[in-house]
Design a protein around this ligand. Sequence first.
Ligand code: ZN
Length: 396
Amino acid sequence: MPGQIAVENIRNAKGERVTLLIEAGRVAALGPPETLDIAQTAERVDGGGKMILPGLVDGHIHLDKTLIGLPFIPHIPGETVAKRIAAERELRRTVALPVTARGGALIEKIAALGTVAVRSHVDIDTEIGLKGLEQVLSLRESHGHLIDIEIVAFPQSGIMRDPGTADLLHEAVAHGADLVGGLDPAGIDNDIKGHLDAVFAVAEKHNVGVDLHLHDGGGLGAFELRQIAERTIAASLQGRVAVSHAFCLGELDDADLGRTAELLARAEVSIMTNGPGPVPMPPVKRLHAAGVRVFCGSDNIRDAWSPFGNGDLIERAGIICDRQDFRADDDLERAFALVTHASGAVLGRAEPLVPGAPADFMLVACGSIAETLADRPVARTVFKAGRKVAEAGRLV
Ligand SMILES: [Zn+2]
């Protein structure tokens, strides 16, 4: 087979010695070397005895918001979501670098850490229009060799309180956004029905998925989650709707959590958590037990919302473990799956490291997934579509 690449001298997560065969940027086979048909002409790559892991998938990032690439900008406090939105819009008018430069710098940073695909929310409002979207679409072209980018048209300033935004969401999806977003139908727009009518109208008209930010807490947030699930079923969008944050799931009593999770599972609505700071978070094991898919992303990385974040999804999975009190190996593996298999599935990617899947993977000097989460090694060797893109945590 011309163009075959054989990555040899590697181990799988069980510690077994394996070889990975790559053809045309995709996995052709992964197994013990003696079971594989390695072509004479294959390009041979020595994996140095390291462990192969799937490439990391960031299920929630904001490429347009990041201030990476600029001198450090002190955080402007804002104690409510509405005040932070206003502060960000103020800051946005003065930022010296375009999204292509800041978002590009962030992509280069996370690609070196093993991230091979992201779902990026992109602000759409009546002031910025589609400008951010156009620049993230251009990043998808310029940085496609490093990362796959899925785009959510995100009404950060609300829909009902920023008239004209609903039309812009339609335009954004028509211009290349892959999904439509939303934000706190009650907390920001004070109109649950109006907000969800607008979001699902875009989804149904353009046949795209949905990913809403939901910070609204307690019983109100849970009511909104159930509304979203019911609308998902009504629109036949099962498996294509996600809710990001859903802090409320961490505040419910058993009965409320049970009926909400049951409906989310039936509607196949996925829940994204980034293991947030001092707020309640969705209980990962309880949701898994109810059949709800949970996935993970970085969310804000050095932007108007947070001066923190580095885009390292292995560290992020470790933060989930801290917040959920995960310590046993199988729990650490559960957290790792949130940034690989689960986030990949939400983004519509193939099961990783099986024949036909993109040859997007990394090699680390650890003996198991649990050790990888504990060690958080920086020296990762990263391959995208079968080609090495980073070595020892730096782009090559
Ligand atoms: Zn977000």
